[in-house]
Design a protein around this ligand. Structure first.
Ligand SMILES: [Zn+2]
Length: 125
């Protein structure tokens, strides 16, 4: 384990990514941006406001979850979840959460549905 330093911690805050509903341009923003002014698409200028408390809360929880998954990497290798698919039980190691699963959250903003993904920078070991 490396000792944490402020710069590394900031990096590990991670960032949200969504595709602009109007032009599909990928937009990224951080947790800190949620408290700021509306976030505008750099391509078409469409603005997204994440100021609503419920929305902000959900996004923060989502980020916390994603970071917790990554921070638990050490023990995830030996844990897993079992899903029942039809009559079969499928075991999925938590490890897959780190490598295969794209962490996404479906949100309704106004009348629009959007999918936001979260990326945590890879931890330097
Ligand atoms: Zn756009």
């Amino acid at each position: 384990m490396t000792t944490s330093n402020p710069i590394q911690e900031k990096k590990q805050q991670g960032s949200f990514e969504l595709h602009c509903l109007a032009c599909k341009n990928p937009m990224t923003f951080s947790l800190l941006d949620l408290d700021q002014h509306p976030i505008a698409c750099s391509e078409c200028g469409k603005r997204y406001s994440f100021g609503e408390e419920t929305l902000k809360r959900q996004l923060k929880k989502f980020a916390t979850l994603c970071r917790a998954i990554q921070e638990s990497e050490e023990i995830l290798g030996s844990g897993g979840i079992a899903l029942t698919v039809g009559n079969d039980e499928v075991k999925i190691p938590f490890k897959i959460l780190l490598t295969r699963l794209k962490s996404t959250l479906d949100l309704s903003i106004g009348n629009e549905r959007m999918v936001i993904s979260f990326r945590v920078e890879p931890v330097a070991l």
